[in-house]
Write a protein that binds this ligand. Structure first.
Ligand SMILES: Nc1ncnc2c1ncn2[C@@H]1O[C@H](COP(=O)(O)OP(=O)(O)O)[C@@H](O)[C@H]1O
Ligand SMILES: [Mg+2]
Length: 256
């Protein structure tokens, strides 16, 4: 079997299980993400979405199951090595250095990505400045390079988190509620911006998102989780019409 064939999904999860003591947080999850997809992972609080990301990035080790990245089993590979294989992530909870500037926040992963070249030059300041400025420009923060992260508007902090993830040059980007805490009106534009960026750069993305308007208008494909299991997977129109999904979301924000 070819590892890099066109039909090989970027990500394929089979029989994934994660137990925390007596709690079965992930209870036999299967799903696949096609190359170039903007794939949404949805489900109510506690469904297991963030835990799936922790397993995919190597932050947690599965109790059972396989995780294949472009056909290769990656279970047991630590996060920094998975990052070098192209797995990038943004966090549900703000993961920035609050007192550091936009430039400094982007510099850390840029140096991690490009290694120890600074030893040759004997300086860190000034290194990778062009790449850092280009990334700030990409996410719309070119004018705020010297602003401490904590002084950015909240939406701009989320953009900075995106730049930090992009600095690792991911091919598979995992976005854990990138619109968390944002006003409803700002969510669709931010996620559309991210989706367009993912497409323009030829990346593949999985996004955890609570706003169903955002999910249904922007995702190519949707996996619905419920209590540690996959309840449904399909195109937005199929998920919207799925009786099991509608039942699980009854009384919540899901209405179609
Ligand atoms: N480190 C952990 N230790 C114990 N239980 C955990 C841990 N991480 C997550 N869980 C449990 O796993 C379940 C899924 O949580 P999570 O993946 O954060 O859900 P979601 O992101 O869908 O809201 C919850 O019941 C949560 O309490
Ligand atoms: Mg979560």
């Amino acid at each position: 079997m070819s590892d890099e064939g066109a039909a090989t999904p970027v990500l394929a999860v089979r029989g994934l299980v994660k137990r925390f003591g007596g709690v079965v947080a992930i209870d036999g999850v299967d799903f696949a993400v096609a190359a170039g997809a903007f794939h949404a992972l949805i489900g109510s609080n506690g469904a297991g979405k963030t835990t799936v990301f922790n397993l995919l990035t190597g932050a947690l080790r599965p109790t059972a199951g396989s995780i294949r990245l472009r056909g290769r089993d990656v279970v047991g590979i630590p996060p920094h090595r998975l990052a070098r294989r192209g797995v990038g992530r943004t966090f549900q909870i703000n993961n920035l250095f609050p007192q550091a500037t936009v430039r400094e926040n982007i510099r850390v992963p840029t140096i991690a990505r490009h290694g120890q070249q600074w030893r040759l030059f004997g300086r860190v300041r000034g290194l990778h400045d062009d790449a850092i400025a280009a990334l700030a420009e990409t996410v719309g923060l070119a004018a705020q390079l010297e602003t401490p992260a904590q002084h950015l508007a909240y939406g701009d902090q989320r953009r900075l988190e995106l730049a930090v993830a992009l600095a690792g040059e991911p091919t598979l980007l995992l976005l854990d509620e990138p619109t968390c805490g944002m006003a409803a009106a700002d969510r669709l534009p931010l996620v559309r911006f991210i989706r367009d960026l993912v497409r323009a750069r030829g990346m593949t993305a999985v996004i955890i998102e609570h706003d169903m308007d955002v999910v249904f208008s922007l995702a190519d494909r949707i996996t619905v989780m419920h209590r540690g299991r996959v309840l449904a997977e399909g195109a937005p129109a199929d998920i919207r019409a799925d009786p099991a999904v509608r039942a699980a979301y009854l009384g919540t924000q899901f209405h179609a």
